[in-house]
Write a protein that binds this ligand. Sequence first.
Ligand SMILES: [Zn+2]
Length: 371
Amino acid sequence: MSIKLKTFLTLILVFVITACAGQARVSSTSQSPTPGTSSTETPTSEPTLAATNGPPPASFDSEILRGGIDPVAYIDDSCQYLQKRWDPALSAPGTVVATVMYHSIVPGSSEPTTPEQINADTFYAIVELAEQLGFETITTEEYLAFLDDNSKIPARSMLPILDDRRPGTAAEYFLPVNERNGWTTTLAWIIGDSDQRDGELAGETLWEWIERIYATGYFDVQSHGLNHIYLNESMTEEVVREEIEGSIQILIDHFGQRPVAYIWPGGNYTDFGVEIAREAGYELGFTVHSRGPVMFNWIPQGEQEREIGDPLMTLPRFWDSAAVLNLEQTAEIGDAARQFAEANYEAEADWFAANCGGALAPLDAVLRSTE
Ligand SMILES: [Zn+2]
């Protein structure tokens, strides 16, 4: 985390503590019972005030997450978070996103030879289960809007990301499924020597091939580096900058779309890399850590990502080889989070009324919006 950001967060914290202390003083002088009053005559507002002057009500946790993985919040302003969490026009509490990382797919039921491969049977099992459980795909832009503002996305959302340069896999496996379901797939594209490689058709370059696939409208292209360099702490600033910034204009030139996500090559991110990626305008970063599904202001992270202190730049991805189990867990966590939210609504609404001014939308309006 940058020093500037740390200072800013510290200031916010000091402000929150001061603000809360101020409020507590005001309520205790104006509402404290007269000495000698018996406990049965204590004003009924006392217990509520005591509860709402503290920190916001507890947030959801899931036992399905492995040990050492904790959900991390990234919105500092609890009032803003609660307002968006309960806005009937936005995503309902319990809306979950499963990001799934894909590499190559070997035919039929043939045995994969590396941990990064799956076979076609597994690919179709993932698709079938996702359809059964009611998952719909989202694009990276939709994911970003959901994370930032709780923008409306399907209650069970999936973000499939196909890494490296695999137009053949995109066309053979993903495209037909996307056409059938109206889904999309995100391509984590490496620039590298794309201009020197052959495409599929005679005389076609690799660029032309992927542009042809992109033109179907079922794909979204994000950055996977200029040369797929795995970052480490000892690299020079020049190398890191070139690798992270270098792909942006090239992707705009080929797809007319500025990338918002950086998919860390090899899953390698560093403090400095995150700083440079932010500076370059990326708003999301994807790791290869399988930590769990993501919800609004709720990102499961291990110690390694927590140390970086920028949850949106170190997002988790499920591995395709375990995605069948992970999609079931995602649905389960979403359901549990929704039940928790309903049970916690009153506490959150009371806290909001006491600390933020105004009132949250009524619970039944929020529930109705999801029917
Ligand atoms: Zn890669």
